[in-house]
Design a protein around this ligand. Structure first.
Ligand code: AMP
Length: 569
C-alpha cells in the first residue's frame, strides 16, 4: 500500500468541500439508488425517486427504536433487502451508555470506507502540522467480544468491526501507523491483560513511539492510571524477560515471550524515570521521548478527562480525533492546532446525507423543518440527522452540535452534548453539558486540597419527597468534611437552569446530594459494560444512571463511602 499522499488528500477534501451542496445531492442520489428496492424505502412510496424534495416528503424522521424491528430481522437472518440493497453481514453494537444496554446498528463495507476516508483526511491535516517520523504508535485499542446473532451475523462494536477489517490495516500502514502491540493483544479476550500488554509493548518500543492514541480519551487516561499501579511489575518483566503470571491468555503469552528479552538496563532506566516524576506529571514524554502528540476523541463527554490528560502529557500537544458514531461518521478535525476545548469537525459531504434540526426554534414550540448541510447558520445549535450508506434514513443520532464556521461550503461543527436531558424532576432541564460544567466548578474546591475527581455520574432520586439530584464522585484521596460540603453546595448552585433554581427555592426539588464512592467503583462499571460486549476503547462513562440501568445503579449505591447534602438554598 503506497504512502498516503498528504497534499493530494487535502486537495481532494478542499475540492469536495468547495462544492458541498452539490456533493450532498449526489450522495443522497447514490444512497437512494443503491437502496431503491429495499422494503423500507418501497413501503414509503419513494418509487425510485432520488431527489431531496420527495425524500423529505416521504421519509419520516426516525429514532433507533423506530428501526429496531427492521434491524432485528436483519440480525435474525432475514435475507430480504430490508434497509439496504446489498445484504448486511455484520452488526455493530453501539456503546449504549445512555440506555444501559447496547443497541444493534447495521454495519457494512461503505462504513469501513468512510471511516478510512475520515482517518486519512484528518491524518493529512495533522501530518502537515505535526509530521511524524517512521516509527510506531502506542494505541490503546481493544477488540470487543464478537458473537453471532441468531441469524449467524457477526456482531461486535463498530471499532472492533473496523479494526478487524483488512482495509483498516492497509490504511494504517499507508499512514505509517504501526501499532506497538501485536493483534493477539488488541483482540485478546481479557481487557485488563490486553491493557497491561499494551503498556509493556509501548515500553519495549519506547524510543520508536511517535504518538499515543485511542478512540476515546477515557482509555488513554485509564491506561496511564493503571501504569501508576503496575509500573514496577512492568519493569520486573523487562528486567527478567519473563512475563508476569497475571497474563494467562496463551496466545498473548506466546507472542509476547518472543518480544520480551531480559533487559535490565531498560528496566532501570524506566524505573529511574518513574521515581523522578513528581505526582506523575509529564509521564508520557518521560516514558516516550519521541512522542509528537496524544490523539483521541477529547471532546464532549471526554472533556472532564482533559486536566488529567494534560498532567500526563506535559507540554505535548493534545489532538482531538474526529466526530462520528457507530451509525456513521460525520466530520473530521482538519484544524489540528486547536486545543480540544475548541476542536471543530468539518463535515465530509460525501459520506452521508446530513440534515439539521434547528434547536432555537424548536425550544419555542414551533418545530421547524430540518435544514440542509449548506443552509445551517453560524452560531446556531442543531440536532443532527443522518442518512447513510448502511441503511439509516433521516436518523436522529441524538447529538446537539453548534455551527461555528464553514470550511469552504461545508460547516464546521462543535460537539455540544447528547440531546436527551440527563437530570429532570419537574420543570428543571439539565443536560450532560450542564452536569459537566457543574462538576468543573466543584472540582476546584477539591483541587485546593490537591485532590481530583477520577470520574463522576449522576442520578435522579425520586424515592425521597421531593426528589433530588444525586452526584456520584470517585475521588483519588480523602477530602476534608468542609471541602466535601462546599463541593456539594457548589454543585447545587452551578445548575443555573431557571427551572431548577426556582424549584430548589421553593423546595419542589430537594437539596442536591453528593455521594463519594469507593476507589475502583468506576472500574467496576467499566467491567460491567465490557461484560455486555462493550469495547474498552469505545467506552464512555454514563453521565446519568436511570432506573433502567439497575446494575450500574446498584454498583454505585453499594460502594458509597461518604455522602452529604447541599446547603446552597
Ligand atoms: P458510539 O457509537 O456508541 O461509540 O457513540 C457515538 C457517540 O459518541 C456520538 O453520537 C457522540 O455522542 C459521541 N462522540 C463521537 N465522536 C465524538 C466527538 N468527536 N466529540 C464528542 N462526542 C463524540
Amino acid at each position: 500500500m503506497p504512502e498516503v499522499n498528504v497534499e493530494r488528500v487535502i486537495e481532494e477534501f478542499e475540492a469536495m468541500t468547495r462544492d458541498a451542496g452539490r456533493v450532498q445531492q449526489e450522495t443522497l442520489r447514490r444512497i437512494l439508488e443503491e437502496n431503491r428496492d429495499t422494503e423500507y424505502l418501497v413501503s414509503l412510496g419513494l418509487n425510485g425517486r432520488t431527489d431531496e424534495r420527495t425524500f423529505k416528503a416521504r421519509v419520516p424522521i426516525v429514532t433507533h427504536s423506530d428501526l429496531a424491528h427492521y434491524i432485528q430481522r436483519i440480525a435474525d437472518g432475514d435475507p430480504n433487502p430490508i434497509l439496504t440493497g446489498k445484504p448486511i453481514t455484520v452488526i455493530s453494537l453501539s456503546s449504549g451508555t445512555t440506555q444501559g444496554k447496547p443497541k444493534y446498528v447495521p454495519f457494512n463495507e461503505e462504513l469501513v470506507d468512510s471511516t478510512m476516508q475520515i482517518f486519512r483526511t484528518s491524518y493529512a491535516f495533522r501530518n502537515r502540522e505535526y509530521p511524524i517520523g517512521l516509527g510506531k504508535a502506542l494505541q490503546f485499542v481493544y477488540g470487543s467480544k464478537q458473537f453471532k446473532t441468531k441469524g449467524g451475523l457477526n456482531a461486535g462494536t463498530a471499532t472492533t468491526n473496523v479494526f478487524r477489517s483488512s482495509k483498516y490495516k492497509s490504511t494504517m500502514r499507508s499512514m505509517q501507523f504501526q501499532c506497538c502491540s501485536p493483534d493477539e493483544v488488541i483482540f485478546g479476550p481479557d481487557f485488563h491483560q490486553s491493557l497491561y500488554c499494551h503498556l509493556l509493548c509501548g515500553l519495549l518500543f519506547r524510543d520508536e513511539v511517535q504518538f499515543i492514541s485511542s478512540t476515546f480519551a477515557h482509555s488513554i487516561i485509564h491506561a496511564f492510571r493503571t501504569f501508576e499501579q503496575v509500573w514496577e511489575e512492568l519493569c520486573n518483566d523487562i528486567r527478567t524477560g519473563v512475563l508476569t503470571c497475571r497474563i494467562t491468555v496463551p496466545s498473548i503469552r506466546a507472542t509476547l515471550s518472543k518480544l520480551l528479552k531480559p533487559d535490565p538496563q531498560l528496566a532501570d532506566l524506566i524505573s529511574d524515570k518513574c521515581k523522578q516524576l513528581v505526582n506523575w506529571y509529564g509521564l508520557i514524554p518521560t516514558l516516550f521521548p519521541n512522542v509528537k502528540y496524544v490523539y483521541g476523541i477529547m471532546t464532549g463527554s471526554m472533556e472532564p478527562y482533559l486536566a488529567k490528560m494534560r498532567h500526563y502529557a506535559g507540554d505535548l500537544p493534545l489532538m482531538s480525533a474526529d466526530y462520528g458514531s457507530s451509525e456513521g461518521w460525520i466530520g473530521a478535525n482538519v484544524n489540528p492546532r486547536l486545543p480540544p476545548e475548541e476542536a471543530v469537525f468539518a463535515v465530509l459531504p460525501n459520506i452521508g446525507f446530513f440534515e439539521f434540526i434547528p434547536l432555537r426554534e424548536s425550544h419555542g414550540g414551533v418545530k421547524l423543518d430540518p435544514v440542509g448541510l449548506t443552509e445551517v447558520k453560524v452560531g446556531e445549535e442543531y440536532e443532527i440527522l443522518i442518512t447513510t450508506f448502511a441503511g439509516l434514513y433521516r436518523y436522529r443520532l441524538g447529538d446537539v452540535v453548534k455551527v461555528v464556521g464553514f470550511h469552504n461550503s461545508t460547516p464546521e461543527l462543535r460537539f455540544i452534548c447528547r440531546r436527551n436531558l440527563l437530570l429532570t424532576i419537574n420543570i428543571d432541564k439539565n443536560t450532560e453539558k450542564d452536569l459537566q460544567l457543574a462538576v468543573e466548578s466543584a472540582v476546584k474546591v477539591l483541587a485546593e486540597e490537591k485532590l481530583e475527581v477520577v470520574d463522576f455520574t449522576s442520578h435522579v432520586d425520586l424515592t425521597t419527597d421531593p426528589g433530588h439530584y444525586v452526584i456520584f464522585w470517585e475521588i483519588n484521596g480523602e477530602p476534608s468534611v468542609d471541602a466535601l460540603r462546599e463541593s456539594c453546595s457548589v454543585l447545587d448552585r452551578s445548575f443555573v437552569d431557571a427551572g431548577y433554581v426556582s424549584s430548589r427555592k421553593v423546595n419542589a426539588i430537594g437539596a442536591l446530594e453528593l455521594r463519594v464512592v469507593r476507589k475502583g467503583t468506576f472500574q467496576l462499571i467499566l467491567d460491567h459494560y465490557l461484560g455486555l460486549g462493550a469495547a474498552g476503547s469505545q467506552f464512555k462513562t454514563p453521565r446519568c444512571v436511570g432506573p433502567s440501568n439497575a446494575k450500574v445503579l446498584q454498583i454505585l449505591c453499594s460502594n458509597v463511602v461518604r455522602s452529604c447534602f447541599s446547603t446552597a438554598y
